[in-house]
Design a protein around this ligand. Structure first.
Ligand code: MTE
Length: 320
């Protein structure tokens, strides 16, 4: 049996999470205070926006949301150490370590295409467009696992309204970052890079569609999509693009990365649907991370009351 020596035990294992985080915040504060006596140059460095925005920094003023589920939240460790993020690795345990030093500042998001006011916005100014909200959403991956996460952000529509979409705009395309020097997975052609996703305009403007920059009350860890990602809770997880750098309004339906890679397996809509199987497996059940037995998957991931009307009259087997 492996016995841990005290030096091997992380403080996170022996201290309740809240306490150990506030101790980290205290230590950061102490480092900044120490830097004041050592010289202003170092203080300037530590207090840069990059330092303030790093994963694990507490987000202040978070409001609770009526859209939240009251289901049991999946443990932080499971959500942050079992990720799909092919830019870093195809192995789900890989992104947590490989994305650790990924630089999320400076970061801008270009908004273009069929809009009256094209803009390039700094991520920190985007985060200030509205008060941060906590949305506890179910999140179902197409591969059959699911999680319940307290995401932090606000409705994507808050940002999209800023640019005044034109009447001709029917879809919104999301392009994510391309930086093979930092993302080892992009040095291989496992997928076509950059990762692209898309939504119909009404889906993008739906109040449930969430622009996310935090989770569990803190700035997003890099492996979960920092600095800015989507969360579309009634669709399979691959629609929720991470590390977004461009949003374009289009007339034509965007070609999303997974649809391009395997069109018979991954569609454009990708609404969670237990009645439409993936060609290689059933979608009827799912396993929540941290649980042993499977549970039935719900139509639209349980968000049917809010979103089913977006698809009335559509054949969801054809438009999968
Ligand atoms: N976004 C980018 N840029 N690259 C990816 O590989 N994977 C998608 C989605 N967003 C992916 C991405 C898939 S398949 C899923 S299931 C979710 O991210 C996983 O999100 P999570 O790691 O926060 O659970």
């Amino acid at each position: 049996m492996l016995i841990k020596k005290p030096a091997d035990i992380a403080s996170s294992e022996i201290t309740p999470r809240g306490l150990y985080l506030s101790r980290r915040a205290f230590l950061r504060g102490a480092a900044i205070a120490g830097a004041t006596t050592l010289g202003g140059g170092l203080l300037g460095k530590l207090a840069s926006p990059w330092e303030q925005a790093s994963a694990g920094t507490k987000i202040d003023g978070i409001q609770k949301s009526n859209f939240s589920t009251n289901e049991k939240i999946t443990p932080y460790k499971d959500v942050t150490h079992y990720n799909n993020y092919y830019e870093f690795s195809t192995d789900k345990e890989g992104p947590a370590g490989l994305a650790k030093n990924f630089r999320t500042r400076p970061w801008t998001v270009k908004i273009e295409g069929l809009v009256s006011k094209k803009k390039t916005l700094d991520v920190d100014s985007i985060m200030k467009l509205a008060s941060p909200e906590e949305r506890i959403y179910r999140h179902r991956c197409v591969e059959g696992w699911s999680i319940v996460v307290p995401w932090v952000g606000f409705s994507l529509s808050t940002l999209l309204k800023q640019v005044e979409p034109l009447g001709k705009a029917k879809f919104v395309e999301f392009t994510t970052v391309y930086d093979p020097s930092q993302m080892p997975g992009q040095r291989e052609r496992v997928l076509e890079w950059p990762y692209v996703e898309g939504l119909r305009l009404d889906e993008a403007m739906h109040p449930l569609t969430f622009l996310c920059f935090g989770m569990y009350g803190e700035v997003l860890p890099n492996q979960d999509g920092a600095p800015l990602r989507l969360v579309v809770p009634w669709k399979y997880g691959f629609k929720s693009a991470k590390a977004i750098v461009k949003i374009a309004f289009t007339e034509k339906q965007p070609i999303n990365t997974w649809n391009k890679a395997t069109p018979n397996e991954y569609g454009f809509y990708s609404n969670v649907n237990p009645n439409v199987d993936h060609p290689r497996w059933s979608q009827a059940r799912e396993r929540r991370l941290g649980e042993f037995s499977k549970r039935p998957t719900l139509m639209f991931n349980g968000y049917g009351d809010q979103v089913a009307s977006l698809y009335s009259g559509m054949d969801l087997k054809r438009y999968f």
